[in-house]
Design a protein around this ligand. Structure first.
Ligand SMILES: Cc1ncc(COP(=O)(O)O)c(C=O)c1O
Length: 384
């Protein structure tokens, strides 16, 4: 066997043995919540299209019109000729929603984080990350070449302690955290983190991939309390509640101008297809116009957690932690037999021994199915 194939096969065998091998399952989504997989129709509780906007007629129409006017692709990096006229509208809209001076749109959320952190932090800098932050925040931190330290999940006192001990040895410090945690669905204590950041002249960046559109009246995790928390760097994605594709950073005009000048994932990657940008603008229109609709996914998640006897949901994401990898796979199969898609999430996406079903609720999930899912989780999954 060629050494490359032998290497790949040995790695795959190891993953298989540890129940960590993954496979792509062909999945047709036709109306947003029902999907077809392996010839079976399943109601999906695994999709991040929280408002089902990827299927919204106005959003789809905006994408079609953009293709007709500007074509299917953007042709080059935004810094060359890929900055089609729709970008300015989208960035203005994002800055308005997040109440910042400016915004910059990237090719995806992952590309945003991989690009932003190295602009702000260099070899002499410090990145403090919540230990459950998304993988792309860690990727960005590694690319920055600064010192990376993690603080215990949502433990502001630990972040404070690390800054007290290490801040002075670094030129700049950046605290990063998910706003809504992608695998646990809980919210970051952004107000307290901002106070600690300000005390040590550190900058705070929230990743609101799962916040925009669904918490804080649709504006995201900085808007969930009684007062708006002015997080200076708010990034997120257009691929979840917004129903399209792309990533963004909202910040001051100076910070955004610097990111546009220096972020390698913006400079050296082709601009988004016009359809994605147009769809995002149309989706944000709806989110701004209909806060009642934006509140539905969290309402459904709360109805579910009440009925299933789980801790109250804070977002549309509800983890059902079962522990081992095999147990999570078995729970996922059990739900598929009941007609529901609930993906098993295993390490490295979550820490060891916390494999789980990660359930997500959307505005259009029928209430009777939410109730039935709660019964199954309570009586057949948690009771195991
Ligand atoms: C918290 C978080 N940040 C960033 C991303 C990456 O965003 P994108 O899918 O747009 O690359 C995701 C999910 O994919 C996420 O869950």
């Amino acid at each position: 066997m060629h050494s490359l194939d032998a290497f790949a096969q040995a790695k795959l065998d190891d993953l298989q043995r540890r129940h960590l091998r993954r496979a792509l399952a062909e999945t047709a989504r036709e109306d947003g919540i029902w999907i077809e997989r392996d010839g079976r129709k399943l109601l999906s509780f695994s999709c991040n299209d929280y408002l089902n906007l990827s299927q919204n007629p106005a959003v789809k129409q905006a994408a079609i019109a953009a293709i007709e006017q500007y074509g299917a692709g953007s042709g080059a990096s935004r810094l060359v000729t890929g900055n089609h006229p729709l970008y300015a509208q989208l960035e203005k809209r994002l800055a308005r929603i997040k109440q910042t001076e400016a915004a910059c749109v990237f090719g995806s959320g992952y590309l945003a984080n991989a690009g932003i952190l190295p602009v702000l932090i260099g070899r002499d800098g410090l990145v403090l990350a919540d230990e459950l932050s998304h993988a792309c925040l860690f990727a960005g931190a590694q690319l920055s070449r600064g010192m990376l330290m993690t603080f215990r999940h949502n433990d502001v006192a630990h972040a404070h302690e690390l800054l007290e001990r290490h801040r002075a040895a670094h030129d700049h410090a950046l605290i990063v955290t998910d706003g809504v945690f992608s695998m646990d669905g809980d919210l970051a204590p952004l107000g307290d983190l901002l106070a600690v950041a300000n005390e040590y002249d550190a900058w705070l960046m929230s990743d609101d991939a799962h916040g925009l559109g669904v918490v804080g009246g649709g504006r995201g995790s900085s808007f969930t309390g009684n007062t708006h928390i002015p997080v200076p760097l708010q990034m997120g994605t257009l691929s979840k509640a917004v129903g399209a594709y792309g990533g963004y950073l909202c910040a001051s005009a100076a910070a955004i101008d610097l990111v546009r000048n220096r972020a390698r994932t913006l400079i050296y990657s082709t601009g988004l297809p016009p359809a994605c940008v147009a769809a995002s603008i149309a989706a944000l229109d709806l989110i701004e116009r209909e806060p009642g609709y934006a509140a539905l996914p969290v309402q459904k998640a709360k109805t579910f957690t009440r009925a299933a006897g789980l801790p109250e949901a804070q977002s549309p994401i509800v983890p059902v932690v079962v522990g081992g990898e095999e147990a999570a796979l078995a729970a996922s199969r059990l739900l598929a037999d009941e007609g529901y898609l609930a993906a098993a999430i295993r390490p490295p996406s979550v820490p060891a021994d916390t494999s789980r079903l990660r359930l997500t609720f959307t505005a259009q999930h029928p209430d009777d199915h939410v109730a039935r899912l709660a019964d199954i989780i309570r009586d057949k999954v948690m009771a195991q």
